[in-house]
Ligand binder design. Structure first.
Ligand code: UDP
Length: 238
C-alpha cells in the first residue's frame, strides 16, 4: 500500500475537464484555484511536483478529425489547448507563492520554456513545480502518455491521476450502482479488460518502466494530500 512509502517526487495528471468546473467548456478560474490549493498542500510537505494537464476542456484532436479536420492538425490544436491550461495553473500556483515553470514540448519561447530534461530536473530540485505542456509534442498521443513519459524521465515514484471518481471500477460507477472499485490492479488487467483508466499506450509505457499509477478523486477536498499519506480510497495500478 501507499502508506508504507514516502514520496519525494510525483507527477499529478489531471484532465483538462477537471478545470472547467460545472461549465461545459473551457476554464473555470475558481476550480483552477481550488486544484492549485490541493497541489500546495502536497508541495508544503516538501514533495517535488510535476504536473501534466490535458486539453479536453478546450479541444480534442479526435473530435476535430471526426468533424473532417486533418487529424494531425487537430492534434496540434489539442496540444496548444494544454498550453493554455498549463498557463492557467501556473498563474494560480504563483498566486499562492509557489514558483513554477511551464515547460512545453512544442517550442514557444515567449510563453514557456522548451523541454530540456536536465533543466527540468534542476527546477524540481529547486522546488519549482514543473508543469509539462503540449503533451509529448507529437500527434496521435494523449496527455496520459505524456504524463507517463515525463514521470519516467523525471524519475517520479508514481503518477497520481486525479479523476472524478475515487479509483478504477469494473464498470462506469456513474452509470452502474453495482460497479466495484479495485484496490489494486495490474497493468495487464487494465489492458485486457479495456478499463478506461488511461489509454493503452500510456498503460504499456508505465508497465515497461515500473511506474505505479494511483487513481484517486480530485473532487475530495484534501484528497491529494491524504492519498500521499495512504489515506482515503484509491486504486493503484502496478
Ligand atoms: N495531444 C496530442 N499529443 C500528445 C498529447 C495530446 O496530439 O502528446 C492532443 C490530442 O489531440 C488530444 C488533445 O491534445 O486529444 C488533448 O489532450 P487529451 O485528450 O489527453 O486531454 P484530456 O483528455 O486529458 O483533457
Amino acid at each position: 500500500t501507499l502508506s508504507k512509502r514516502t514520496f519525494d517526487r510525483v507527477l499529478l495528471k489531471i484532465s483538462g475537464e477537471a478545470l472547467m468546473g460545472d461549465q461545459g467548456y473551457g476554464l473555470h478560474p475558481p476550480t483552477v484555484q481550488r486544484i492549485a490549493r490541493e497541489v500546495q498542500s502536497v508541495y508544503d510537505l516538501g514533495v517535488e511536483i510535476c504536473m501534466v494537464i490535458g486539453g479536453g476542456n478546450i479541444f480534442r484532436g479526435l473530435q476535430g478529425s471526426a468533424q473532417g479536420m486533418e487529424r494531425t492538425t487537430a492534434d496540434y490544436m489539442g496540444m496548444l489547448a494544454t498550453v493554455m491550461n498549463a498557463l492557467a495553473m501556473q498563474s494560480a500556483l504563483e498566486e499562492l507563492g509557489i514558483h513554477t515553470r511551464v515547460i512545453s514540448a512544442i517550442t514557444m519561447n515567449e510563453v514557456a520554456e522548451p523541454y530540456i530534461r536536465r533543466r527540468a530536473v534542476r527546477h524540481l530540485e529547486k522546488k519549482r513545480v514543473c508543469i509539462f505542456a503540449a503533451g509529448t509534442g507529437n500527434p496521435y498521443f494523449t496527455t496520459d502518455t505524456a504524463a507517463t513519459l515525463r514521470a519516467s524521465e523525471m524519475d517520479c515514484q508514481a503518477i497520481f491521476k486525479g479523476t472524478k471518481v475515487d479509483g478504477v471500477y469494473d464498470k462506469d460507477p456513474t452509470k452502474h450502482d453495482d460497479a466495484k472499485r479495485y484496490e489494486k490492479i495490474t497493468y495487464d488487467e487494465v489492458l485486457q479488460k479495456h478499463l478506461g483508466v488511461m489509454d493503452a499506450s500510456a498503460i504499456a509505457l508505465a508497465r515497461d518502466n515500473d511506474l505505479p499509477i494511483v487513481v484517486f478523486s480530485l473532487d475530495e477536498p484534501g484528497g491529494f494530500k491524504g492519498i500521499l499519506a495512504g489515506e482515503g480510497t484509491y486504486t493503484i495500478v502496478r
